[in-house]
Design a binder for this molecule. Sequence first.
Ligand code: SAH
Length: 249
Amino acid sequence: MQVYFIGAGPGDPELITVKGARLVKEADMIIYTGSLVNPAVLNKVKPDAAVYNSASMTLDEVVAMIVSAVEAGKMVVRLHTGDPSIYGAIKEQMDALDAHGIIYEVVPGVSSFLATAAALKCEYTLPEVTQSVIITRLEGRTPVPEQERLAALASHGCTMCIFLSVHMLDGVISELLRGGYSEDTPIAVVEKASWPEEKIVRGTLATIADKLKNSGVDRTAMIVVGRCLGSNYALSRLYHPEFKHMYRR
Ligand code: SAH
């Protein structure tokens, strides 16, 4: 195998997988998503490895670089932030490599919505509160299908992790309210989860906008909304003393 798409994790360089870290160490060429991948993940690359930031590159340029490296017999790592399957623009790169007959492997990563749960010390799927998590975003340059409008998704009342939208927080809040969340629903914004400069702002749908205004939080942030952030829930059945199962009879 010569090409690997790797999830670099949310920021903390220890949150890349063992496999991902090994492949980064072995690679001849690394193309990383410069805006979000922590450069510390690249500390152990080979001294003669070529390292490129894809921030200023087009899809065609990225693909051309991978193709020529493969032709030269090199091992290539394409490093994406978090997990590449989530807003990673990875499909178009894989399709282009398919067209060139180049095989590749994908190595998953810790997505930022999981690092955010860790930062908030919360459980997204609280018994008798919600058993579902919706990963979504507000529409930006990338359109969102009509039936996935935030208000429509909000009508389920489950936990929602909203990517790529903190700069449009007012729009997020009005859509959530329109969808049926009440003003006292807990919401949190986590900027740069797992980075040393991580910042957490907590509030309700009524208070969060004001709190965020003075916080300096900008783009690399996750919005989490739902009653999983509250303190009312039922204890799990799994660890209940009366609940017997395969491993505890
Ligand atoms: N593939 C990535 C997401 C890329 S889209 C993943 O799995 O996490 C970029 C968006 O992800 C940002 O706008 C922000 O909403 C979120 N994000 C990425 N890293 C983050 C972090 N460390 N803390 C909070 N949000 C983050």
